[in-house]
Design a protein around this ligand. Structure first.
Ligand code: CTP
Length: 214
């Protein structure tokens, strides 16, 4: 593997968020954190300095990588803000929940009270907030879409002021998270490229090469 001449400080978020309803129940998603974990591992091998913000997952910390765990979107936002000044490049691969319960009940809610008790409020869009203050930092996001993949991902790139976005189509019969082959677009403000049936390891190398060239 070619070693990078100038190492970047790369802040990576990975994995799902959990938004607790009561002490035992939460709202989450099926992200495994695989992609962000691979990105962190490979970027480290390329000589970059990495801080990995990791949601609930089964991955063990990678030696030489500072790994900080988060649970909720608000935890993640705080950690992103804490490391913002340090980072030259921020890659938001975490699957951030868009909503959280207004109140986290102290006691387990009885099932017959559940429907009346759960009220949701929106979480902040962490990536969008980073895009507003990014200046010359490299900001990379992801887009998961069920339809109009390219168009929706290009709109996210613009709305969140990103340098690069990786877009994945959600097929109803296939988990978009996990370790299999994937289809993806790599999109910047000028151009896009499509990759079909590519391994996540290969895609990660392509993304990191692109980041180095930005
Ligand atoms: N993201 C974020 N904060 C949120 C939601 C998303 O930082 N509250 C980030 C994700 O980490 C990802 C990108 O925004 O890099 C796009 O996430 P995605 O779920 O595809 O899109 P949303 O912005 O949530 O929009 P929608 O759910 O309407 O497609």
């Amino acid at each position: 593997m070619k070693l990078k001449k100038s190492a970047l400080n790369v802040l990576i978020s990975a994995g799902p968020t959990r938004e607790f309803i009561d002490p035992v129940r939460f709202i989450s998603n099926s992200s495994t954190g695989t992609f962000g974990y691979l990105l962190a591992k490979t970027a480290k091998q390329l000589g970059h300095n990495i801080v990995l913000l990791m949601g609930p997952s089964n991955f063990k910390p990678i030696p030489g990588i500072e790994t900080i765990n988060f649970i909720s979107a608000l935890d993640l936002k705080k950690q992103m803000d804490d490391y913002f000044d340090w980072a030259d490049c921020i890659i938001c691969s975490a699957a951030v929940g868009d909503f959280r319960p207004v109140i986290r009940a102290k006691h387990k809610i009885k099932k017959n009270q559940m429907m009346a008790r759960i009220k949701l409020r929106p979480n902040p869009d962490i990536l969008k907030a980073l895009g507003k203050k990014k200046k010359n930092k490299i900001l990379v996001g992801f887009a998961l879409e069920s339809e109009n993949l390219l168009k929706n991902a290009q709109a996210k790139l613009k709305a969140k002021n990103l340098d690069l976005i990786i877009a994945n189509q959600i097929d109803s019969d296939k988990n978009p998270f996990g370790s299999g082959l994937t289809n993806a677009y790599l999109i910047d403000s000028a151009d896009f490229k499509q990759y079909d049936n590519i391994s996540k390891a290969k895609l990660v190398r392509i993304i990191l090469d692109r980041i180095s060239s930005l």
